[in-house]
Design a binder for this molecule. Structure first.
Ligand SMILES: NC(=O)c1ccc[n+]([C@@H]2O[C@H](COP(=O)([O-])OP(=O)(O)OC[C@H]3O[C@@H](n4cnc5c(N)ncnc54)[C@H](OP(=O)(O)O)[C@@H]3O)[C@@H](O)[C@H]2O)c1
Length: 273
């Protein structure tokens, strides 16, 4: 079977995904592998290394040996783990990263000020903002060393929450607004290069996201999606791979993705349940 134009553009690339143990990041790993199964390197990172190893095995079983998968433990909220990650944790032949998917992120709780736990504030900012910025700073020198001012893709996973703040999500919304500002600044700073800075903002997606938000309470998490048809993580992964698979001169800078019954952060049509 001949490869599609998108597969040809992705072939030979090394793709690093943060938060690849679950949800959108995990789906991105599968979608990249399915789209360019003949020649690809996938670096999968997250805190849960055992889960990453399972994902790696599942990808190998599905697409075969054309896709090489390297699971690596990495907590993006810890600057000491991120700084020097490439030279310390990646074997030589894995260091020439072409695409960084900054996906790792989380929300904790629905508390409103002045009752937001300091620990929750810190983990959200350290993961969603500082973690994403530190990862970007760790990978950008690789991109900038390439000809033509530099080349490579950074795909940041933002959120509708970064565009439309909502009650009970002030910290999470603030972190995603920060991602948006950082992303837009970076695109401007790198305008003289071939480095593409892209952001994808999902609406409601059913993943472990709400389970994490409610500290493991599955019943509360399920209630978030009651009467709704949320997006699946595969829906977002298809867009991630699409933007990475465009011709180099095409920058899909900014994308907002809803399920049909969503039209804003809190604007959801729910069927009676
Ligand atoms: N689900 C939604 O409705 C929705 C909507 C808009 C945007 N988003 C964004 O989409 C991204 C992915 O979320 P998801 O919905 O796929 O949720 P998920 O299923 O909970 O996945 C989150 C991933 O992030 C990883 N992660 C969390 N903290 C980390 C850390 N300190 N270091 C490294 N990895 C870390 C988790 O892995 P470990 O636990 O193994 O570290 C997991 O793989 C997030 O940035 C989220 O804000 C989600």
């Amino acid at each position: 079977m001949s490869a599609t134009a998108m597969a040809k553009r992705l072939e030979g690339k090394t793709i690093l995904i943060t938060g690849a143990s679950s949800g959108i990041g995990r789906s991105c790993a599968f979608e990249f592998a399915r789209t360019a199964p003949r020649d690809l390197r996938l670096i999968l990172t997250a805190r849960r290394i055992d889960t990453l190893k399972e994902v790696a095995e599942q990808i190998r079983a599905e697409v075969g040996e054309g896709v090489k998968v390297l699971p690596v433990q990495l907590d993006v909220s810890d600057p000491k783990q991120v700084k020097g990650f490439v030279s310390r944790c990646l074997p030589e032949e894995w260091r020439d990263v072409d695409v960084l998917v900054n996906n790792a992120g989380l929300v904790k709780g629905v508390a409103c000020a002045p009752d937001i736990a300091e620990e929750d504030i810190n983990i959200m900012f350290q993961t969603n903002v500082t973690g994403l910025i530190n990862m970007t700073q760790e990978i950008l020198p690789i991109f900038k060393a390439r000809p033509d001012g530099g080349a490579g893709d950074i795909i940041n996973i933002g959120s509708i929450a970064g565009r439309e703040p909502y009650a009970g999500g002030s910290i999470y919304c603030a972190t995603k607004a920060a991602v948006r500002s950082f992303t837009d600044s970076l695109r401007k700073e790198l305008v003289a290069t071939r480095i593409r800075i892209m952001e994808i903002d999902p609406g409601q997606v059913e993943t472990e996201f709400s389970v994490v938000r409610f500290y493991g309470d599955k019943a509360k998490a399920d209630a978030v999606y009651a009467g709704c048809d949320p997006l699946t993580p595969d829906d977002i992964a298809e867009v991630v791979v699409f933007v990475a698979g465009r011709r180099q001169n095409v920058v899909v800078a900014d994308t907002l993705i809803y399920p049909s019954h969503q039209a804003g952060a809190g604007v959801l049509h729910r069927r009676p349940t």
